[in-house]
Design a binder for this molecule. Sequence first.
Ligand SMILES: Cc1ncc(COP(=O)(O)O)c(C=O)c1O
Length: 378
Amino acid sequence: MHPHTLMAQAGARRDPGTGAISMPLYFSAAFQHPALGQSTGFDYSRTANPTRQVLEQTMAALEGGARGLAFSSGLAALDAVLRLFAPGDALVVTEDLYGGSFRLFENFYREQGISFLYTDTSDSAAVARALDSPGVKGLFLELPTNPLLKVADLSALADLIRNRNILFLVDNTFLTPALCRPFDYGADVTLYSATKYLSGHHDCLAGLAVTRDAGLGERLAFIQNATGAVLGPFESWLLLRSLKTLPLRLARHGENALRVASFLEKHPKIRNLRYPGLPSDPGYRTLARQASGFGGMISCEVASPAEVQRILASLGVFLFAESLGGAESLITYPLVQTHADIAPETLERLGVTDCLLRLSIGLEDPEDLIADLRAVLG
Ligand SMILES: Cc1ncc(COP(=O)(O)O)c(C=O)c1O
């Protein structure tokens, strides 16, 4: 079945006892046993909850994967996946990535003897060199990267790790399964901050991990239950509801982002514009091959930090906030918000400067967004 059909009918036909079309919200933390040694399939909600399970199964089906697992946040999902690795292991990871993922790598997992090799994952030759380092057991990237929106060639990277016992992990938060299915290009696990586009309304903190392989899914389900950072039933229900409109929303986010990026591209006060949906963007061709759209994220630089301050204070439609992927357009200053945990020298080398702004283009009328930017940029 087409993913759009699966999304439109997310949660339907899943409660045969009532015929509910919207998957019911099962708040129950415990479930009555029919008899000693018997179970309805549900015993205790940390291990399995009916509403969460439908979300997890829907995500696995959407991705063409074996197992979906829902967590209390995107970082909780990443934390669970990192527990698959052991001291002495190394992971090749995107150098330009969400600051919270960096913080988790450096402040918790490095202490436990896991090392992280920061690499430009849009450069397959650089990844090939990094993969030859001792102990590499994982490759982790964001598609596209946050905040510079660089695009990795998933198939080329999958070729590099074929038969090498290296897990390929893709944070697909920015594209979602509505635009890209990383398993089709060789990934083993997809990760999501479902707080973003999957939720789509800035009202739900959630994370997801999906595995291509059932055995790996089993190991991750063990970790999910043993460590307990599961998604609650209400947030699971909210996500099932949001999935129904995901393709429509992503299409509109993409159309709006292209309109805004085309305006910014011509504006004399804007530098280093990145939107992978612009044919002039270095990631355009690669992303066009592996995704059916380009998403709603844009980054660009303005002239000075003072100009950043002025813009953030003056915008009237964009909201100054540090998230993305919802109906409302948000503008973020990565240096002091989402990426504050990364060393200043690293940020400067990467190009996350004190002049960089990240825009999450929402679902408003694009002319209102452009007028807002025109009014502050002049
Ligand atoms: C690409 C990406 N991955 C993971 C996360 C972490 O997700 P959460 O905030 O839901 O824990 C974020 C949060 O901004 C993100 O942007």
